[in-house]
Structures are given as structure tokens and as C-alpha cells.
Design a protein. Structure first.
Lengths: 529, 529
């Protein structure tokens, strides 16, 4: 059975703190959702936000393969004619086939927030929907605060749905706007509505204020709902909307429903990453299905179990949603996973070899200093090599200097770095200018080494992350810098820790270059093996 | 009715990627949980981790008011005597009254992962528990993978519980170890177990791999469970354990249950913050109840509604869990909330005054550059003042210079800064050394100004946050720096954005000092009003 997915990242998602989409951002998100085959995309509230109206003009030029664009807005205001309502006119101006009208289904909101009578509110719902139907629209009624309304005044809440049906609404969406309802309540109330309105499609719009939006959406489906509204990565006001990237795989993999195009579930993780990146929101690493940690095993017993049979500690195969399994090295992981890493470099070393103990001790010390090798396994490889004596540095950094200055109030800030490297007895000194001392240092270091290692010309940084480890000591706190580099074919990540960000960055940069040169040699050696 | 809360932050939580607790960290967490009145604290697995055993020795010296400490471990290994099992002996050595024994309740795990017979596994459960009872322990049986086991082989899963009861287990904890079960399944299976084992207390231990751990825990309570296991802030392997900071307020505020000491719910947010800080995990801002954004309103309609009556868009009163309401300034927030800010400085300015439009435009421009005033409202106040002409800088930063160097490979990195400020025509130049250029600059700037403004002596930074805005351009990407300062009585936060971290930090530092001096004057003026 098909469950309709309705994404409101561009409308309700944009209500998130920290999110502000440009028109171009929005077009990219629409494209991603359309590619997956999400049937409905709520693209904005043209009445309340002029920027949204602009966007509806833009989107007309985009040819969509699977998705319908929905304009969202309120019922007419009280005591005026529908056609005289500016919001209603803006929704029409959006020019979409689909319209979502939200109205008040909680009597308290009618009397205390929009200050009108219960009867006038019913007219507002019915008349606004009827007007839209007469304009040739397909209308969804979003029953705002429906569950709270039902709990407070069951009779009136149902009357608002009746008004929507009389007006011609094709779908009734029951909203848990404040996110306060429990799964069993959602099930019982949705079931009751479904039994009462047998000829209309029922949907749910849940918020996560009680940590229950996903469960509530699934319970509504069990009670007969056929549409789930949410936002793809859970963006939304307060604690966010129902997270579709969790709901979709639950529906498809566990409840036997169909939501998106065949084969697209494998793109779940990459789509979520893309949308997070566009929104400039750091993805939640613990997120179900799509989080970087979702299939990461740290406990030794779990790692052993998964190695025997992955279903022992994984509820699904991570590749089904485009994710992958990771094993971590740490004290809890036990020796076996560290040993695997070591054996890649020195196959003859065993669990009980003295080297294993020495490396585990070093690992602990570095972790104590603030290092973390989870995600920076290239640096970890260098640590192992250094302790096994299987490492010869490709260069020595003799000295370096950074400067930054703004000579007077009218100038811009400029930054410079000088670096002196030594490769097999030959020194080279280079100076470079950059955006800040870290960037200048990066440029100088690579320029100095390119004479000796021309293959470094292809290397550049693609990601640079800074984590302040102890905010309490403020600007003298330790920072951990993660650098991801690429040479066009491979990516690798290295890590540096210091009280100084320049120093921490430099440590990671030096390791990054060492790794590149090491991997190139390994690659060449393979040809002779 | 009382529901027993069982916290496993120190055991299952420590399986989280990125978490590594010291003995001292653990003691602090135990203290926090005890203060709230959490009845059970699972403190480690002494058999698998020698560091945990050490901790059990330490904890004996700590006097707890409300909590019982639990040692966790496996049933004996196959084909040996209980008393000969090293893990079992380690658990005894922990010296706790309470023991949690986990065993296999999924037939597949018995045959395929620990490679024994179904009968031997039943003996392992019964004998281990009986042995512990004979040693005077109170034993909980953690039925690992119980729900998966029940779905695969109902009969065998129930037999494992029977074995635990025969051994003398006082509680049966049904685990959704892989986090793959749905709320309705959890309800039905838990109910069945409760009906079968009427004389034993039933509990649940849920994981969040499907985004359902909170809902599953609550459904188990509806089905008759009286214990919920989880971790206070949701730490745990993969997607984490059931988040107790979400479960506790749901149980107490919505389901009429009692979990923690009276009055302690108000400390929910501060306890969660404390535990996150100890674990050095950045708190999830969207977290239900305790997240910084949990009661944050951005949409104009929502802000208006909450101003009329907070229950219009809040499922609970935020103060019940120690959280508080926030309104954001942004394009979506509409003019009214920005106007409120402006009117604090210039009460005569109205919604339609030209100044309001100019400030909103500037706000947008700055947001486009990467600024974000949410959480940095002091900088926003300065922006408003500058645009209203209600601002006279307290000092001018004439020039500054930073240097960092490591003169040779055997030296440490040193950083210096020089700063020249001008206050009402008088210049002062100061140089300082620091941990990196940012710290040096911070010291030099405040030292230079203390001659003119001695009140700055009390000011110091308490938090320093760096966010790289666009990882793709790597070390030349823009960074946003947030600085929180204190003078001992007030805290305030300022923000700076630049491609260079030194420059971004300096912008925020200058604003921070300006705000301090401005607030001092405002304070003094109050005395004359």
C-alpha cells in the first residue's frame, strides 16, 4: 500500500532556528525531493512571506517529474469575504494546482487566539475551501491543533472537519501542532476520525516536542492515515517536525508500505546529507538510519557479533538506506578491532604481541589529550606506523612563522606565513599570503613541498572542522581540528589538537601530506606485487 | 504510580562514539543522578572492563541518598561452572547489592553468535542468576534481544524468562537491543509477557535505531512495565539508548506517573546539561523538553499566539522542566519581535517607522554574510544602536598585529599579539603572549583598555565557539565565532564573522567590551531615574 509523503522542509522547516533558505537553496531542495519521488512539496506561505511568493514564480520554470508543489496558507480572516482576503489572493497568485488551507480545530484557539466565534470559524474553513475549489484547486485541510482540540472538545473538533468536507477538501490532515500527544492517543483519535469520515483521505502532521513525532506518524498509519507530513531531516520550529528520513524507511522496510520511487531508498542518506548541507545544518550523527553513527559499533562484543552475522546487532542492512557499517577503535572496542588496523600494516603482529599493548597505551594517551581517531583514521595509521618503526617522514618542518595585521583602522586584515622545510638535507623557505594564518600556512607549506613532491599539486583541502574542547577556558581552550583532503581520486582525514588553532591545523596538515605521499608509494608498490 | 528509572549512562552510554569517561567523570554523574532520585544506576561491566572494576571500588566511598548502584554482566560462558567464570567473579568483586545479568533470549543469537545449544543457554541463565542470589544479591535479568527473539521464536523467548524466574530474578527486562521494533509490537509483546509472568516486575530497555525508543518505552508502560532503562541524555551505541530526559517528563506530566523526587523535574534541563558537559558532548538543541530550542518561537503567528496564551503553541510550561521560552528575530519572525528589541533602545519607534525597515534590511545583509544573532543578542543590540545613531564607541582599535612562530623543530610554538587602542585622543600600545594568536590578542586588547576602563579587569571569556560556515572551501572558508563573556554578575554573547578566525574573534571581542562598558553606564543611569 502506498503512503503519501508530504514534505514541508521549505515551509515548516524554514521556521527552524538557524535556517534561512535562499531561492536557489529552495530550488535545489525541490529537485532532490522530486528525484526521490516525494509526491507533495509544501513550498511556502505566499501570504505571510513575500519571498515565498517570488519563489512560486521561479518554480514554475522547473520541470518536475514526480512532485506536486503545494501553496500553504490560512483560512480567510474573520468577518470578511473570502475573495477580499489578501492571504487567500496570495495563495492563488502562487499558481499551484494544490493548496493546503490550515484552520483552527481547537475551540480554545478560536475563542482566545483569533478571537472569533465557533460558528464563524466553521464558516471561515468551509468558505475558504469552497472558494479554492471553485478556482479549480485541489485542497487539503490542515486541521491545526486537531488532537489538542479533540481532547478538549471532541464534538467541535469533528465539526471543523465536517466544514472542511462540505467545502470540498480532498484530504483532512490531523495536526499535533504542539507535539504534545502520546502514541496511543494518536492511534485512538485517528481511528475515530477515519471511522467518521470514511470517504475522505486522512493524514497526520506531527511535531516532536515529546520526542514522539515518528511514532505518532506510524501509529496514525496503523489507524488508517494515508498521508504523513513532515520535513525530510526533521527541521522545524522548536523540536522539529516529524522526521521523514526516519519515517520512510520504517514504513518501507518494516511496515510493508511504499512511499518513494523504487530504488530511491538507497539514496536516503545522501539526500538527507544534501538537504542538511544546503540548510547549513550539521547533520545529527546519531540520527536513525542516516546518521554517521547509526551503524557504528564500539563495544567489543557487538563488533564480534556483527562480524559473525550483521543482524545480530543491526536492525536493518545499512546499505538499504545508503549508509554503511563502521567499527571504532577505543578502549571499549577491545584489542580485536585495533589489531585489524595494525595487521593491515604489519600482518605478523598478534593480539598478545607487546606492540599491540604499546599502541593501545599511546591511543589512550592521545585520547586523553583530546585526540579522537573516529573519522580521522589516517592520523591513526601514522600513529601505528611510528610505533612500529614503519615510518620515515617525507620532510621535516624546520620552522614556521605566521603574522596577521591590520596596520590602521581603514585597512583590511592581512595574514602571512613563512615556512622552511627540509627534504633529505635540502632546505626550502617559502612565504605566502592567505585568508588568515591557517590558510596562509597551508599555502606556504604545500608550495614549499611541491618542488620535492610535484604530486602534491593535485592535493587540496575539502573540509576543515574546528571543535573547541573545553569552552570554559575560552580562547585558551584546546581545539581539535579535522582536515579532509583530496587528490581528486581519494579523500582522507587527519586530526590535530593544540591550545592554539594554528598549531592544531598545522599538525593535521603535516599528517595529511605525509599520508598522501605514503599512499602514492603504496599504490606504486602494488604494481610490483 | 511509581515507574522505576534505571540509568545506564555509565555503561551503555559509554558505548557511544566519542564518549570516554574518567573515574572522576563517573562519580560526578552518579552524584547528579542520585540528587534527582534516580533509583538505579548501572555503573559498568566489571568483567569486560578493568577500569569499571576500579570504579566500583571508588564508588563504595561515596554515600548515596537515593540511588542503588548496579553491576552489569553476562551469564556464565557455556560449558563451565558458574563459580569458575571470570566475568561472574568480577561482578561479585564489584560488591554491589544489585546485579543485572544479561542473557540471550533470541534463539538465533544462541546458536549462531555464542554457538551453544538452546538448552545450555537456559541453564546459563538460570544457574548464573541462582548463584548470584545465593551470594545475597538482588538480580535483574536483562533479556537481550527479547523482542526480536519473541518475533522469531515466541516459545523459546518466553522459556528464557522462565529460566530467569526459576533462578530467582526479581525483574525481567525486555530489551529491544537492536532498536528495530515498532510501538504496537512492543505493546503487544510486553502485554503478553506481563500476562504470563504476573508475579515478576517487567521492564523495558529500548534503543533508538528506528527513532522509536521513547515511544516504545512509554508503550511498554501502558502495557504494564514498571521499569524503564535508558540513558539520561540518550547516549549509547549507534543511535543511542532511550532518552530518559524525554521519558521522565512524558511519564510525570502526561501519564500521571512518578519517577524522580518531588521538585526535581525542574532540574531536568540543568542535569542534562551537566551530564552532556561531563561527557563533552554538545547538547542537542532540538531535544524535547531540555533542548535550547525546545520552546523557541520563530514564526510571527506563533510568537503572537504565545504572547496571548502560552498553551497555544507550547505543550507544557517550559519552567516545569527548567527550560525557558525564547523568541527569535528573523525575517520569518516578522517585524513585531524585532520592534520589541528596537523599542527597548528607542521607545518611540513604531512598526512602520523608516528605521525599522532599515534595521531589518541590515539584519538580512548580515545574516547573508554568515551572522546569526540567535544567541548573540548583544551584537544585535549594537547593530540597532549604530543604525539609530545611539552609539558612541568607547575606544578605537588603531592597529593590531599577531605573530606565531616555531623557530626550530625542537621549540614549542609561541604566539604574540600587539594592539594599539585610542580612547578620546590618547593612544596606548600593548603586547601580550598567549596560547595562540586569538588568546594573545584577547589579553593584549583588555590590558590596553584597562588603563582607561578599570572595570574591564573583572571581565573574562567563559565560552568560545567556532563554526566553519562552508567546509567546502576548507581553510579559506568563513568562520563564525561566538564569544560569551562575564563580569561575575552578568553573561553576554557576541558574534563575529570573517574568512579569518583571528579577525572573526576580534570582531566579537571588541563588541563584547563595548557591551560591557555600555551596560555599566546603563546601570549607573538607572540610579538617577
Amino acid at each position: 500500500m502506498m503512503i503519501e509523503i508530504y514534505d514541508s522542509t521549505l515551509r515548516d522547516g524554514a521556521q527552524s532556528e538557524g535556517i534561512s533558505f535562499s531561492v536557489n537553496d529552495k530550488l535545489k531542495i525541490v529537485k532532490a525531493l522530486d528525484d526521490m519521488g516525494i509526491p507533495f512539496i509544501e513550498a511556502g506561505n505566499p501570504g505571510s512571506n513575500p519571498k515565498d511568493l517570488e519563489f512560486f514564480q521561479e518554480i514554475k520554470n522547473l520541470e518536475l517529474k514526480h512532485s506536486a508543489i503545494v501553496a500553504f496558507g490560512s483560512t480567510r480572516r474573520r468577518d470578511i469575504k473570502v475573495e477580499e482576503d489578501a492571504n487567500v489572493q496570495s495563495m492563488l497568485a502562487a499558481g499551484t494546482k494544490h493548496i493546503a488551507i490550515f484552520g483552527k480545530s481547537w475551540d480554545f484557539h478560536v475563542t482566545d487566539i483569533i478571537n472569533t466565534t465557533l460558528d464563524e470559524n466553521l464558516r471561515m474553513i468551509e468558505e475558504t475551501i469552497r472558494f479554492m475549489i471553485e478556482q479549480g484547486k485541489e485542497v487539503t485541510y490542515d486541521a491545526e491543533h486537531f488532537y489538542d482540540g479533540y481532547k478538549n472538545n471532541e464534538d467541535y473538533a469533528l465539526k471543523t472537519l465536517e466544514a472542511a468536507c462540505k467545502g470540498g477538501a480532498k484530504r483532512l490532515i490531523l495536526c499535533d501542532t504542539n507535539g504534545g500527544s502520546l502514541p496511543s492517543e494518536i492511534y485512538n483519535i485517528t481511528k475515530k476520525v477515519g471511522d467518521t469520515f470514511k470517504d475522505t483521505k486522512i493524514g497526520i502532521h506531527a511535531h516532536n516536542d515529546s520526542g514522539l513525532a515518528v511514532a505518532n506518524s506510524l501509529m496514525a498509519v496503523e489507524a488508517g492515515a494515508i498521508q504523513i507530513q513532515g520535513t525530510f531531516v526533521g527541521f522545524g520550529e522548536r523540536c522539529g517536525n516529524a522526521n521523514l528520513s526516519t519515517i520512510i524507511p520504517n514504513l518501507e522496510l518494516k511496515m510493508g508500505k511504499t512511499c518513494i520511487l523504487e530504488g530511491e531508498l538507497e539514496n536516503l542518506m545522501s539526500s538527507a546529507k544534501l538537504i542538511s548541507e544546503i540548510a547549513n545544518i550539521t547533520p545529527d550523527e546519531q540520527a536513525p538510519f542516516i546518521g554517521r553513527k547509526a551503524f557504528t559499533h564500539k563495544g567489543g562484543m557487538h563488533i564480534d557479533g556483527v562480524n559473525k552475522n550483521s543482524k545480530s546487532f543491526e536492525h536493518i542492512d545499512p546499505s538499504l538506506v545508503g549508509n554503511s557499517r563502521r567499527f571504532l577503535m577505543s578502549e571499549v572496542a577491545g584489542r580485536s578491532s585495533i589489531l585489524k588496523k595494525i595487521q593491515k600494516i604489519a600482518p605478523d603482529i598478534q593480539k598478545d604481541s607487546p606492540e599491540t599493548g604499546v599502541i593501545m597505551k599511546k591511543l589512550k594517551e592521545l585520547e586523553h589529550e583530546g585526540y579522537q581517531f573516529e573519522g580521522a583514521e589516517s592520523t591513526f595509521e601514522l600513529v601505528i606506523r611510528k610505533h612500529l618503526g614503519k615510518y620515515k617522514p617525507f620532510f621535516e618542518l624546520e620552522n614556521f612563522k605566521t603574522m596577521g595585521e591590520r596596520p590602521d583602522a581603514s585597512s583590511l586584515f592581512s595574514a602571512y606565513a613563512m615556512v622552511k622545510v627540509n627534504v633529505e638535507g635540502k632546505s626550502k623557505m617559502v612565504a605566502a599570503e592567505g585568508d588568515g594564518p591557517v590558510n596562509a600556512l597551508d599555502k606556504a607549506l604545500r608550495e614549499a613541498l611541491e618542488d620535492f613532491y610535484p604530486e602534491l599539486k593535485k592535493v587540496h583541502l575539502i573540509d576543515y572542522k574546528v571543535r573547541v574542547l573545553d569552552g570554559k577556558e575560552a580562547s585558551a581552550a584546546k581545539v581539535r581540528v579535522l582536515i579532509t583532503s583530496t587528490d581528486g581520486t581519494r579523500d582522507w582525514t587527519t586530526v590535530g589538537v593544540s591550545t592554539d588553532i594554528v598549531q592544531a591545523s598545522l599538525i593535521a596538515m603535516v599528517d595529511s601530506i605525509e599520508i598522501k605521499l605514503l599512499k602514492d608509494i603504496e599504490e606504486k608498490m602494488k604494481a610490483y606485487m
